[in-house]
Write a protein that binds this ligand. Sequence first.
Ligand SMILES: O=C(O)c1cc(=O)[nH]c(=O)n1[C@@H]1O[C@H](COP(=O)(O)O)[C@@H](O)[C@H]1O
Length: 268
Amino acid sequence: MTGAFFDRLADRIDSVDSVVSVGLDADPSRIPDHLREKDLPQWAFNRRIIDATHEHAACYKPNAAFYEDADGWRSLRETIAYAHGKDVPVLLDAKRADIGNTTRQYAKLLDDVDAITVNPYMGRDSLQPFLDRPEKGVFVLCRTSNPGGEDLQDLELASGERVYERVAALADLWNEHGNVGLVVGATAPDELESIREQVPDLPFLVPGIGAQGGDAEAAVEFGLAGGVGLVNSSRGIIFAGEDRGEAFDKAAGEAAKRLKKRLNRYRD
Ligand SMILES: O=C(O)c1cc(=O)[nH]c(=O)n1[C@@H]1O[C@H](COP(=O)(O)O)[C@@H](O)[C@H]1O
C-alpha cells in the first residue's frame, strides 16, 4: 500500500463506507475449541475473522499484547499479510516509545504495518523515529478509555491545561508530515468533545465502545476529522460468536456489520 496513511485510510473508509476498526485481540483462552489443535490457533482464528469481517473493516487493529511469544509473532505476521491481501490497512496497537536508540528499534515495527499506537510519556525524541515516517500513521495516546485514565491524564498543570490537553497540543505540533492522530476513549465523551475542539484537524482512534460501554455517538461525532477517523471494537466483534461453535466467524461478521450501520447513522 502506497501514499500517506490518512489518505489511504480515507479511501478505505469510502470504499467500505465504514469507520469500524476491528480489534484483533485474539486472546488464546477464548479461541474456539475446534481451532486449538491448529499449528497456529491465533492465525487460524484471525483468518476466519478477517474473511467474515473485511467488507466492514476500515482497518484491523491487532493489539501486540496478544502476540508476544514465538507463535504469537508468527500468527501476527500471517494476519498482517492476510489483511493486506484483502486491501485492509493494519494499525498495530503497540503503545511503544523509549529513549532514542531503543525507539529506533521499536519504529521498525512500522515496516510491516500501516500505523501504530505510541505512548507520549517520554516526549518528542522517544517518538521521532515514528514521526519521521510520513507514509505511516502514528496514533498518540491522549485520553485513554480505562478507569485509571484520569489518574495522570486529567491532572491540571500549572498553566491551567490538563495533561491530556497538553498531549493534544504537542501532537498537533508533532504533525509536521500530516501523519499524527490521537487515541481518545469513548468512555470519556466530554474530554472527547473538548479535545476535538482543541485540535480540529487530527483524526482520532476511538476505542472503548462495545465491551467497555463507551459512547458510540460521541465517538463518531467527535472522532472524525474531515470524515477520517476510526472507532474500534475488539471483543464485541471477534468474540460475538463465542457460543456459536464453528459459526463463530459468521457472528463476528454480523457484529461488524451491525456496528458499521450503527456508526453510520451518526455520520453525515
Ligand atoms: O490504544 C488503544 O487502542 C486503546 C486505548 C485506550 O484508551 N483504550 C483501549 O481500550 N485501547 C485498546 O482498544 C482495544 C479495546 O478492546 P475492547 O474493549 O475489547 O473493544 C484493546 O486492544 C485496548 O488495548
